[in-house]
Design a protein around this ligand. Structure first.
Ligand SMILES: *Cc1c(COP(=O)(O)O)cnc(C)c1O
Length: 362
């Protein structure tokens, strides 16, 4: 086998090795089926079993009640920026959006094409380096919903609380921290995530929607954008991304076998603390972007004393087997994304590399 590098990419991102091994082992033929998962019909009993298992595992890991539909859709999380307002915005009532970074800005922009979308709170003036507190959120009591982004992939901030919106349904984009910690589904009306950050390969988007919200769906939506139609069709209205759903199912099995979301959270806290301690212990050589109280456990952007040093760091890190550390252009510097499947040894190795680099280039 060729050597695997430490993959710090923000997404598509690292997958668990046992998942990749199982895919490889069964790629020519699923046991007892005689065909590859890439070749089977989405109308076959085999695929029905695959999608049912994924549904069951999501329900188990997240304690999802029967009040929710779980949908496997396409178009990425970005498609949800349009589908959420198209399906859930009640004419004249509008919706409220918490702005914590690029992704929520994009979500707001799409919502404005559908109706009145208001900014509930924003940390834009501070360079999106923190999560607004509950007390800063302005929530219109008759709003169709309140939308927030649980983890900000680019700016490296993460909600450590579920906003209280009273009787206004909560909608959340969990694309970059889905299944990284226990999550209170029951407090949300709709939850969505592109799979490629923490849950599987690119190509499938998971949506959990409380069934009563389906009553809001207007009659004239394009079928492929209609949550009601997708729910009625059990995500099989047309050909779904069969391979992606299979791979997501394997990732869910992997999480379950390790002890579920509480264990994921424990590991993610450990990994994030290692990296944040290295940043905090560098006497200001490394500087994190996020305010301490808003720090993400998944995406950790950081700067060095100069852009020249950042370039040198990136070059030497890549040569040493650390891939995907280049920061997003809107923050600059470096970014380490350390999702569920990212190994603790990789974080330890990066921390050693950072210490050595500082000693040599301090
Ligand atoms: C990556 C990302 C998106 C966009 O996802 P696509 O699947 O590429 O559309 C949206 N929201 C968040 C929080 C993300 O991290």
């Amino acid at each position: 086998m060729t050597k695997r590098v430490y993959n710090f990419s923000a997404g598509p991102a690292v997958l668990p090795v046992p998942v990749l091994e199982e895919i490889q082992q069964n790629l020519m033929s699923l046991p007892g089926v005689g065909m590859s998962v890439l070749e089977i019909s989405h109308r076959s009993g085999t695929f029905q079993q695959i999608i049912d298992e994924a549904d069951t595992l999501f329900r188990k890991l997240l304690s999802v009640s029967d009040d929710y539909e779980i949908l496997f859709l396409q178009g990425g999380a970005t498609m949800q920026f349009s589908m959420v307002p198209a399906n859930l915005m009640i004419p004249d009532k509008g919706a409220d959006y918490v702005l914590t970074g690029t992704w929520s800005q994009k979500a707001l922009k799409e919502a404005k094409k559908v109706g009145t979308a208001r900014t509930s709170a924003s940390s834009e003036k501070e360079g999106f380096n923190r999560i607004p507190a509950q007390g800063e959120l302005e929530i219109n009591p008759s709003s169709s919903y309140l939308h927030y982004t649980s983890n900000n992939t680019i700016f490296g901030t993460e909600f450590d609380y579920v906003p209280d919106a009273g009787s206004v349904p909560l909608v959340v984009d969990v694309s970059s921290d889905f299944l990284s910690r226990p999550f209170d589904v029951a407090r949300h009306g709709l939850i969505y995530a592109g799979a490629q950050k923490n849950v599987g390969p690119a190509g499938v988007t998971v949506v959990l929607i409380r069934k009563d919200l389906l009553e809001r769906v207007p009659a004239n939506l394009p079928t492929m954008m209609d949550y009601g139609e997708m729910a009625k069709g059990k995500s099989l209205l047309n050909t779904p991304p069969t391979f992606c759903i299979y791979a997501v199912g394997l990732v869910l099995k992997w999480i379950d076998s390790l002890g579920g979301l509480a264990e994921m959270e424990k590991r993610n806290i450990e990994k994030a603390q290692l990296l944040y301690s290295a940043i905090d212990g560098s006497s200001g050589y490394y500087r994190g972007h996020a305010k301490t109280e808003s720090r993400s456990r998944m995406n950790i952007p950081f700067r060095l004393p100069s852009e020249d040093l950042e370039k040198k760091f990136l070059k030497e890190a890549t040569a040493a087997g650390f891939d995907g550390l280049k920061g997003h252009r809107s923050v600059g510097g470096l970014r380490a994304s350390i999702y569920n499947a990212f190994p603790k040894e990789g974080v330890e190795a990066l921390v050693s590399f950072m210490k050595e680099f500082q000693t040599t280039n301090g």
